[in-house]
Design a protein around this ligand. Structure first.
Ligand code: ZN
Length: 249
C-alpha cells in the first residue's frame, strides 16, 4: 500500500488486522518463523471472510517478534520482555487510531503464556487509553479452544500435527520433510505443564522443541485449519463490530 491507499482504507467500520507471530524454535523440522506464517494465514483467511460480506479489512505487515520465554534456550529464538511486546502493540494501535481505523484485530496462534498475557494487557490498554475497540480471540480460551482439533485440545500442540499441517499448506518448501517423517510422537501436554508451573519447553517434556504428532501432518488438514482460524477471527471481529453498532444506537 501507499500512504494514500492506507488513507482510503481507513474510516468508520474499517478493520486493521495485525498478524502477530514469534521467532521461536519449532522442532527440528519447522522454521523459526512458523508462528508468523500461521498468523499471516489466519489474517488472510479472516479478511477474505469479511470481504465476502462487504467489510473491508486491511492486513498489516506481521509483527514477528514477541515474548517466547518457553523456547528461549533454543538457538534462534528471540524473546521480548512482555512489557516490550505490550508497548509495541499499543504504539501500533495508537497509529492506526490516529489514521482513522475503527477496529484493531489481532491474528495470533503463538501460545506462550507470557506472550498471551502481553497481548491481553495490550488489548486492555488500547480499549481503555485509546478508546479503540480490539478483537483478540485468545485461542486457549473458550469458545475457540474446542474448535481446533484433538491435538490442540490435548495441549500437545507446539510444532506438532496442528502447526506442521499449516506450514505444509502455506510454505511446504520450508518443512524439513526427511526429518519430519522420522519424528516420534511427543504426547506431553504443554498446556498442562504450563498450568503446573513449568517455565520452558525442556521442563515441559519437549527437549527438541516440539509437542504432538508432526509425522501425522498433512497440507489438507492445514488448509482446513486455516479456514477454522479465519472463521474464529471473523467471528471475533463481527462481535466487536456488532457491539460498536449497538453503542452507536
Ligand atoms: Zn507455534
Amino acid at each position: 500500500m501507499t500512504w494514500e491507499e492506507a488513507r482510503a482504507a481507513a474510516g468508520p467500520r474499517s478493520v486493521a488486522i495485525l498478524p502477530v507471530g514469534a521467532i521461536e524454535a519449532h522442532g527440528p523440522h519447522l522454521p523459526l518463523e512458523t508462528d508468523v506464517i500461521i498468523a499471516q494465514a489466519m489474517a488472510r483467511a479472516g479478511a477474505e471472510r469479511l470481504a465476502a460480506r462487504g467489510v473491508s479489512a486491511t492486513v498489516l505487515p506481521a509483527l514477528p517478534f514477541t515474548t517466547a520465554r518457553f523456547a528461549q534456550n533454543f538457538a534462534g529464538t528471540l524473546s521480548l520482555r512482555p512489557a516490550t511486546a505490550t508497548a509495541i502493540v499499543v504504539d501500533l494501535a495508537a497509529g492506526l487510531g490516529r489514521h482513522g481505523f475503527a477496529l484493531l484485530a489481532i491474528a495470533n496462534a503463538h501460545l506462550d503464556p507470557g506472550h498471551l498475557a502481553s497481548l491481553e494487557a495490550a488489548a486492555g490498554d488500547i480499549r481503555r487509553e485509546l478508546g479503540l475497540p480490539v478483537a483478540f480471540p485468545n485461542l486457549t480460551l473458550k469458545p475457540w479452544a474446542t474448535r481446533l482439533g484433538e491435538e490442540f485440545r490435548s495441549g500437545a500442540c507446539h510444532a506438532g500435527q496442528f502447526e506442521t499441517s499449516i506450514v505444509l499448506a502455506e510454505r511446504p518448501e520450508l518443512v524439513r520433510e526427511s526429518i519430519r517423517a522420522t519424528l516420534p510422537p511427543n504426547p506431553a501436554s504443554l498446556s498442562r505443564a504450563i498450568r503446573n508451573g513449568k517455565q520452558s519447553f525442556e521442563d515441559a517434556g519437549g527437549d527438541q522443541a516440539y509437542f504432538g504428532y508432526p509425522s501425522q501432518a498433512t497440507a489438507a488438514e492445514g488448509r482446513a485449519t486455516i479456514e477454522a482460524l479465519g472463521a474464529i477471527l471473523d467471528e471475533a471481529i463481527q462481535a466487536e463490530l456488532g457491539a460498536m453498532a449497538d453503542q452507536a444506537r
